[in-house]
Ligand binder design. Structure first.
Ligand code: ATP
Length: 360
């Protein structure tokens, strides 16, 4: 298991890149600690697979280097780096049995027969493949084939890291849920560094201790699920994570006061004068906006109420700006107007999308 460092790493698929736009991955510096469970999370095309393939050695970067335990492995193959990688679609040998498929990576490394047998059966059991161990892979469903792929990725405990590229895409929803928790459990058992690519926040947040949020070839934030929820460093992170995402309101800010639609909103911190031409926004999660008692709060118009079971989500607008508000089942709303109040401690200020650190 290796400590993986990416030093000034950047990648362009075309020759002679000139500007930022030519790079699928803009310059990044990042470290993966041995034994960590990481997710690379972001929308389609943001560079997750590119980054994963640079780590595994399937791609050689245009710039920068990849280090494993301090050794430069930038020019090494996946095999030399000792990486196990699982892809979106099954990679199995159809003519082999499930057992042989799982045993293959171990045989390649010359693992003794008894240890091999033990490990193959252990992984098969974990993935629910025991009943089909002696069947030819060709006869199995797409779900089962993808489980074999996962098994082949997980079977060797001595790898530098296990990399997963959207491995649950072809799996049906119920099984997806099961496999996700099994992967998490497996990570605890084997303790190998795992890096998991997904565009699905639920997958990322349930699996990973550390989530790396990407957008347009850049890393916007690296943090625990809690950090991403409580203190998004970028409006995109606030919006992308959470259900619904963070409310973002155009505002002006001076000292300890924000002004939204002519209403003063007290802030938990003081802010220096923000650049004149910056786009200033206030961010607050729906969980921290409440319906105010009568006669208090900021007036809003109620557009719609979504009942999602344990609570309701009121979709409101504040002078034309849309907001979501979590409303308890017992809160009564009538008519199309209400007033809201903000949990001050959870208000954040952003300039041109970036979180601004206020002063206590
Ligand atoms: P997805 O979830 O859709 O796979 P991603 O976040 O993994 O997206 P990448 O596949 O890394 O993103 O793609 C990043 C950018 O690089 C995209 O603009 C994509 O079109 C481009 N790209 C990816 N592979 C190649 C390639 N082989 N040749 C040229 N451009 C590529």
């Amino acid at each position: 298991m290796a400590r993986i460092e990416l030093a000034s790493l950047a990648h362009a698929y075309g020759p002679r890149p000139r500007g930022d736009a030519d790079y699928a991955l803009k310059t990044i510096n990042l470290e993966f600690k041995p034994g960590g469970a990481y997710a690379l999370l972001g929308p389609s095309g943001c560079g997750k697979t590119t980054l994963l393939n640079l780590i595994s050695g399937l791609l050689v970067p245009t710039e920068g280097s990849v280090l494993f335990d301090g050794t430069d492995v930038t020019e090494q193959t996946s095999e030399q780096r000792n990486i196990a990688q699982v892809f979106q679609f099954p990679v199995v040998y159809d003519t082999m049995t499930v057992y042989e498929n799982l045993a293959f990576p171990l045989r390649n490394r010359g693992v003794a027969r008894q240890a091999l047998d033990l490990r193959v059966r252990e992984i098969a059991e974990m993935l629910g493949l025991t009943p089909s161990l002696m069947q030819k892979a060709r006869r199995l469903t797409a779900d089962a084939k993808q489980k074999i792929s996962l098994g082949r990725g997980l079977v060797r405990a001595d790898v530098s890291a296990m990399l997963f590229d959207e491995p649950l895409t072809v799996i049906d929803p119920q099984l997806k849920w099961e496999l996700r928790s099994q992967l998490k459990q497996l990570h605890r058992q084997v303790g190998t560094t795992m890096i998991y690519v997904t565009h699905d926040q639920t997958e990322a947040l349930t699996f990973a201790d550390t989530v790396i949020v990407m957008y347009d070839g850049r890393i916007l934030q690296v943090g625990s699920p809690q950090e991403l929820f409580e203190r998004p460093h970028h409006t995109f992170v606030g919006y992308f994570i959470g259900s619904p995402g963070m409310n973002i309101l155009h505002a002006s800010v001076e000292g300890r006061t924000a002004t939204v639609a002519g209403r003063a909103i007290p802030l938990p911190r003081a802010y220096d004068r923000l650049a004149d031409r910056a786009r200033v926004e206030l961010g607050i999660r729906p969980e921290f906006v409440r319906i105010a008692p009568q006669g208090e709060g900021v007036p809003v118009r109620i557009n719609r109420i979504d009942d999602v079971g344990r609570f309701k989500i009121a979709r409101v607008s504040l002078d034309g700006q849309a907001l979501s508000v979590m409303v308890g089942e017992d809160t009564q709303l009538s008519g199309d107007s209400a007033a809201i109040e903000f949990d001050r401690a959870h208000l954040h200020v952003y300039a041109d999308g970036q979180l601004v650190d206020g002063k206590a």
